[in-house]
Design a protein around this ligand. Structure first.
Ligand code: G4P
Length: 193
């Protein structure tokens, strides 16, 4: 997605060897016009997949996922990272290990929001090691629903996430794919949409 790649080059900051800071339009402040375009591109890529739900994980997946849901005209559900006192029954959970933070967290979705009839598109802001998406796939499978694909705004293609998901037989659609950060220079690989 050319518009996204241009925005990353204009406003993204490279931190250290492998972190891209995009807090001015995606992970903290949100550019809703860009999110709306992102929503349309994912909706077009999955227009024939019969998607009935969009699933993401809090926090930074929520903004793009909401616009994908709007474009597909289906509900969006975000997995919670902390148990809420109102989540009392029928909770589906998965353990997610973050290599970046070196912590394992339990993520959860109330089972009543997913059924075995659902065809789900997972959306997330970043794909690094793929652990968040793997946890969401686990939860969706527990509900007996089908994962039709994983849509990623920014993939770091030098990390293992894509391969992990492809090995599970899941379609991956990334709008920007970062091949490397060479001495502060960002290089893109060919994106999926
Ligand atoms: P994984 O989910 O692909 O396995 O990734 P990993 O554990 O490495 O990432 C942990 C968190 O760091 C995730 O957010 C992920 O989106 C984020 N992250 C990974 N690489 C980058 C990067 O280059 N830039 C930015 N800005 N974030 C990155 P999270 O902890 O779930 O946080 P949030 O969504 O609540 O902000």
């Amino acid at each position: 997605m050319k518009l996204l790649e241009e925005r990353i080059l204009k406003d993204g900051d490279i931190l250290g060897d492998n972190i891209l800071k995009v807090d001015s339009f995606l992970t903290h402040q949100v550019d809703y016009k860009l999110m709306k375009e992102i929503g349309k591109v994912f909706a077009q890529a999955y227009q024939d997949a019969g998607i009935t739900k969009v699933v993401t994980i809090e926090a930074s997946g929520i903004a793009p996922a909401a616009y994908v849901a709007e474009a597909l005209d289906v509900p969006m559900i975000f997995a919670k990272k902390h148990k809420n006192i109102t989540m009392t029954e029928g909770i589906l959970t998965a353990e997610v290990y973050s290599f970046t933070k070196q912590v394992t967290s339990t993520v959860s979705i109330a089972g009543k929001f997913l059924s075995s009839d659902d065809k789900v598109l997972i959306i997330d802001d970043f794909l690094a090691n793929g652990q968040a998406a793997k946890g969401l796939i686990d939860i969706i499978n527990q509900a007996g629903a089908e994962v039709e694909g994983v849509g990623i705004v920014i993939e770091k293609s030098f990390q293992d996430g894509r391969q992990l998901l492809l090995d599970q037989g899941v379609r991956v659609t990334s709008l920007a794919r970062i091949a490397s950060f060479d001495n502060g220079q960002l290089n893109f690989a060919e994106a999926d949409a």
